[in-house]
Design a protein around this ligand. Structure first.
Ligand SMILES: [Zn+2]
Ligand SMILES: [Zn+2]
Length: 168
């Protein structure tokens, strides 16, 4: 599915336009859910001895949990990718992907997986001022107030009082 034959490179760049189903093996065990196929568009060019350059973009529709209330949040991203595929095993540059010697085709799977993970935010909020969950009963405080008593730290209470006096 994500394998591209390299033969045609002899005649010039190879255009890539892939619609990769979310159940493709390269997307197994992601920390977020995919809400549709991943789109990979770009071109592969020869970049010297057994090296191939991919430049293009990857479009992802995912859902992540709000960090505070755990509601699902839609995250849509289209991001640019410039990577090199090379046979050299010594490479430690993260934007270089190793390929087996004498490859007749390029497997884009691992690259698409890793670049997608890198492009996703490390956390999301459903809204800037998400009130989160009550730490006592677990109620979603965006929806309604729960019955739990709000315990106010006495030091803050004193400060609050002072603030009130100042604004009066
Ligand atoms: Zn939230
Ligand atoms: Zn509560």
């Amino acid at each position: 599915m994500l394998r591209v034959k390299l033969g045609p490179l002899a005649a010039g760049a190879i255009n890539v336009a892939l619609v990769v189903p979310s159940d493709e093996s390269c997307f197994e065990d992601l920390s977020f859910g995919l809400e549709g196929p991943v789109e990979v568009n770009g071109r592969i060019t020869a970049a010297g001895d057994a090296q191939y350059y991919f430049h293009g973009d990857i479009g992802v529709k995912a859902s992540m949990e709000c960090r505070r209330c755990l509601n699902s949040v839609a995250v849509e991203r289209t991001f640019e990718v410039s990577v090199l595929f090379a046979e050299d095993e010594e490479m430690t540059d993260p934007s270089v992907y190793n390929i087996p010697e004498y490859s007749a085709e390029l497997d884009l799977g691992q690259m698409v997986r890793e670049e997608t993970i890198l492009a996703m935010p490390s956390f999301v909020l459903c809204k800037e001022d998400c009130a989160g969950l009550c730490q006592t009963c677990g109620a979603n405080l965006n929806d309604d107030r729960c019955a739990c008593e709000r315990k106010v730290d006495p030091r803050w209470a004193a400060l609050e009082q002072l603030k009130n006096t100042l604004t009066d």
